[in-house]
Design a protein around this ligand. Sequence first.
Ligand code: KIV
Ligand code: NA
Length: 273
Amino acid sequence: ESKALMPPDITARKRKQLIVCLTAYTTPIARLVDRHCDVVLVGDSVGMVLHGLPSTLGVTLDMMIMHGKAVRRGLERALMVVDMPFGSYEEGREQAFRNAARLMAETGCAAVKLEGGEAMAETIRFLTGRGIPVMAHVGLTPQSVNVFGGYKVQGRGEDGDGILRDAVAVAEAGAFALVLEKVAEPLARRITAEVTIPTIGIGASAACDGQILVVDDILGMFTGFRPKFVKRYAELGLAADAAIAAYAADVREGRFPAAEHLYADLSKAGEVA
Ligand code: KIV
Ligand code: NA
């Protein structure tokens, strides 16, 4: 059994070994992800995936702490990263430190992730210099959906240089890795070549140093919408629908519970509980 991965182990993988990341929000899924992946992200996608929120904007620090604690109990080897939710870090570096420290102390995560490039560089430097490793996130940053006006592909034209500047800024500020979301392939390739830290792509091509997806997306459990960058590896949502339908039919038709599900009366001779 290998020891738990730390942020420097992930940084050292660049140009050596591709980094496998997946989200998790619960203990049982965290146990499975831990067996196969290097990084487990407790993403603020939890708001949309498990809580039915229309975007990630309504996710709170308390929600991240609750899911973070659950995930922690399922991990032995993978590096655990927890997302800082919208409103918990943007005001300034002190606010960011206070809330990131709470996330680390209460969940036992080894690092936090926050969205933003040049605008967050000072905050990333502040946190990193005070014991909190930061995974950065640039390109499409879902917490800024109202500024972007939707979940559009980033970096296709003029804004490519800006995203490259964001990536360089967070790397220089001390981020140990960088999520690159929904950016055109040539830009992802350029950023990956130019920055010193690993790029973790989601909808950002195979040019990145690693990949991440939302676990419920690859399992077919979240079917609200399906971005082009998602690959479905299972249809657990369909399997669950069929199972629930069969249970409902069994109850309605009187087929469940059957003899094997009954507790016998112990006063009757020869019966076993
Ligand atoms: O919240 C999330 O799940 C994420 C990623 C998938 C990168 O931020
Ligand atoms: Na997120």
